[in-house]
Structure formats: C-alpha cells, structure tokens
Design a protein around this ligand. Structure first.
Ligand code: 6PG
Length: 471
C-alpha cells in the first residue's frame, strides 16, 4: 500500500484546496472526511497533479496510510469539533507524530490543546491560514505558532505552498504557545475593520454622492491602482460589476443588509479590552455587524426618523478627500492591530517579530495590501517601534491625509451618513496625538465618588481629596 506524506482532516473548501496545493508541489496527500463525496471530489480534482491524493472516510485506514512520523492537519470548524477530532485520532497516533490545527481556533483553546497533547508526547501546533479558497489553492499566508521542532519538520512543505512576494514565502514561525492563532485572530479583526470601512465608503458614494454602481466600480478600480491597492479593494471593485447570468442589475443590490460573523472579530475586541489595547476601528466594525442584524427594528426606525441627505460638495474634490480619508483610516486600523500584537507579545511572552508578521501578510491573506510594505519597513528599521504612528514615514503619510479625513467625516456626519469606523479612526488619532487627554477629569470624578485616588503631574504617589464637606 502506498504511503502518503501528509494527512488532512476536513475536506471542505479550505482543506481540499490546501491538499491540492501540496499535491501541485509533489506532496502525496491523504484526506479524511466523513462525507465520502468530499474524498471523491479530492481525487477527481487532484488527478494529474505532481503528487498523489486519496480520500478516506474512515479514520483508521486514513492514519495508517501516512508515513511516520505522521503529519496531520485539521481544518474543521473552530470549537468542540476540534477536540472531538483530536480524541478520535489519538488512539491511532504514535508518540512523535505531528498534529496541526489550521482552523480559526480561539487561542485559549489552542493553549489548552498544546498542554494536553504535549503531555501525551505528541507534537502540536496551531496555525492561522488566511486567503480563503483561492489562497489555499494557489498560495495562502500562514501563521504557525507553538512547537518549533514540529514546525521545522513541516517548514519545507509550508514554504512551498505559501504565497510568495518577490520569492519570499508568506509563512514564518510566529512564536510559542498559541501565538499563531492569536496573530490570525488579530488579522481577522483588522479584516473586519477594513471591510466595514469599505462598506462605509460605499454608503458615502451611493447616498452621499449619489453615484451609480458603475461609477462606484470606477472609484474602487482607480483606488486599486494607487496606494490603496489591496485584496479587499480589488474584490470590492469586482463586486460592482457582477450580475447573475440573465440579470439586468448587480447581485450586490439584491443581498440583504445583515452581516454575519463567525466570531474572530468579536474575540479580537474581547481580548483587546483584556490587554487594554484600544482597537476602536475593529470594535466599531464588530458592533456594526451586530447592529445590521436587527433589520426589522431598523425598518421601523426608518419610518420614524429623517433620513440622510445627499452631500452638497464638489464631487471630484470630495472623491480626492475620500481617498485620503480611506488611507488615513486604513492606517489607523493596521496601527491599532499592530499595537495590540505588541501588547500581547509582552503579556503572553510571545516575542512577536512585528516586521516578520507584516512581511507574511503582504501576500496570500485577506488583508494583504500595498501599505503592508510600509508597515514591514517601519518595524524592519526599528524593531522596538512602540507604535506604528510614531514612525517618521507613517507620520508624513498620516499628516498628508488628515485634511481629507476631516472633510469626509464632518461632511458625512452633517448629512446624517453613518461613519462609525471612519469616526472611530479619527477620534482615536485625535486622542493619540495629544499630550493632554481629558482623563484628568475622569480621575477627579472617580476620586470624588469612590475615593479611587489620582496621580498628580510631576509628583510621585497617589492622592485622595475630600471634594465636598461630608454631610
Ligand atoms: C481568512 C479569513 C477567513 C474567514 C473568516 C471570515 O483570513 O482567510 O479571515 O478566516 O473568511 O473567518 O470570518 P467571518 O465569517 O467572521 O466574517
């Protein structure tokens, strides 16, 4: 019986595509899925590839078909299914075998599994995989963290299948423990923020400037030629051309305005609060997905309140400001995410190399963009950079886009157009760049009603005041 180099559990779109990508690079891959049709699909799609692929619907022969030490990746929905798959596999594994979780697992689950599997003598690492179906098939960005020895065994295969930028693979060892899944979670948080910024841009274009879908397409097409060039702008451009066969209008116009989520954006916000690292753009994006779900209530409210009005502006000049505003907000979104990574690195001792993370996000992943070159450059020249907004080149870019940002936010807000992520980006910036936030007053209030004490400028220690005579 021929033996396979690599095993994949879960032959959904991502698992099958990754295995086919490996087969293109000469890796013989076995795939397991309880649904035998998916194994058959794998074999059909993989016919003629450099490596052989075979589908299994029983665990035992699947595991037995692998060379030792066995290397198996799970690509199944996050949560208890991952634990169930692990339990199903364990009786057939030998000490020294390698197990990889390539799904979007919560990093605390990965921490638990790292300890559990290490204690049993297995190598385990969690790896974020980004790029959707096309990325998995042609070259994803991958964020492996945990067991470094096991990663090194897998490194040649992972580097071969990864996206490449100037020949450099978009995969690198991230750090210990669950750091790979942590970094992927923050990647997804940034993804949520950028997607909401694009949605708000669409709102400004269609309701504020009253542009047609064709004109909106042209705006995104133009943006994608310049400094905003990115995967998300590119697919948005294409969405504004897509009609179903035989239809006379765009599909996007028929899609219900209720956004769903699998949870990674919410987790990013939850953990950001734990780490005390503000990610206001991501927070707003998570909240707006949630608000969108209350369609029935929004429909009632629409009858009760005055709606937004068209912008009374010079179109060409405003579009120039809008490009600046998007650039500005995009920078804030990445900057907040990178800062969260630096806080996590200190808190969880991940020793994250932010330049390396920016490097592997330049290709293959959903948040890939031209601007990631700037981020890579900023952290590359100063590995101890405290915050992306302190980098001299970034300062110049932000300064150059600030006026456009203020024009867009103030005009849209006056017209009643909701810009929660743009506004969050601007307010974050305006507070970030001030040496004097109004938080002295918050401290005074806390001390007034709760004797929580305050610190004084230029003095050591904490103080309490009896603000009013006791009654
Ligand atoms: C990626 C994506 C991928 C997935 C998201 C979608 O990097 O390839 O982020 O992981 O598309 O999980 O997330 P939501 O369903 O929460 O929007």
């Amino acid at each position: 019986m021929s033996k396979y180099d690599f095993g994949m559990i879960g032959l959904g779109t991502m698992g099958r595509s990754l295995l086919l990508n490996m087969a293109d690079h000469g890796v013989n891959g076995a795939g397991f899925d309880k649904d035998a049709a998916k194994g058959a699909q794998l074999e059909t799609d993989g016919a003629g590839a450099k490596g052989n692929v075979k589908g299994f619907s029983d665990v035992e022969p699947f595991v037995a078909s692998l060379n030792s030490p066995k290397a198996i990746m799970m690509l199944v929905p996050a949560g208890k299914i991952v634990d169930e798959v692990i339990e199903e596999l364990l009786p057939f594994l030998d000490k020294g075998d390698i197990l990889i979780d390539g799904g979007n697992s919560h990093f605390t689950d990965t921490n638990r599994r790292v300890d559990y599997l290490e204690a049993k003598g297995f190598h385990f690492f969690g790896m974020g995989v980004s790029g959707g179906e096309e990325g998995a098939r042609r070259g994803p960005s991958m964020m492996p963290g945990g067991d470094k020895a096991a990663y090194n065994v897998m490194k040649p295969i992972l580097e071969a299948i990864a996206a490449k930028i100037d020949g450099v693979p978009c995969v690198t060892y991230i750090g210990p423990g669950a750091s790979g899944h942590f970094v992927k979670m923050v990647h997804n948080g940034i993804e949520y923020g950028l997607m909401q910024l694009i949605a708000e841009t669409y709102e400004v274009l269609r309701n504020g400037l009253q542009l047609s879908n064709e004109e909106i397409h042209d705006v995104f097409a133009k943006w994608n030629e310049g400094r905003l060039s990115s995967f998300l702008i590119e697919i948005t451009r294409d969405i504004f051309t897509y009609k179903e066969p035989g239809a006379d209008h765009l599909l996007v116009d028929d899609i219900k305005d209720e956004a769903r989520a699998k949870g990674t954006g919410k987790w990013t916000s939850q953990i950001a609060y734990d780490l005390e690292s503000p990610i206001t753009v991501i927070d707003a994006s998570v909240s707006m997905r949630d608000l969108s779900k209350y369609k029935a209530i929004r429909v009632k409210a629409a009858d009760l309140y005055t709606q937004s009005v068209a912008l009374n502006v010079d179109k060409e000049a405003f579009l120039k400001s809008l490009e600046e505003a998007f650039f500005f907000s995009m920078i804030m979104s990445y900057a907040q995410g990178m800062f969260m990574l630096s806080r996590a690195s200190a808190e969880y001792k991940y020793d994250l190399q932010l330049d390396e993370i920016a490097k592997i996000w330049r290709g293959g992943c959903i948040i890939r963009s031209k601007f990631l070159e700037n981020i890579y450059g900023a952290y590359g020249k100063n590995k101890a950079l405290e915050h992306l907004l302190l980098d001299a080149d970034v300062v110049a870019l932000v300064q150059g886009a600030t006026q456009g940002m203020r024009t867009v936010v103030s005009s849209a807000v006056s017209a009643g157009i909701a810009l929660p992520c743009y506004s969050a980006a601007l307010s974050y910036f305006d507070n970030f760049k001030t040496a004097n936030m109004p938080s002295n007053l918050t401290q005074a209030q806390r001390d007034y009603f709760g004797a929580h004490t305050y610190a004084l400028n230029g003095k050591e220690g904490f103080f309490h005041t009896q603000w009013m005579p006791k009654s």
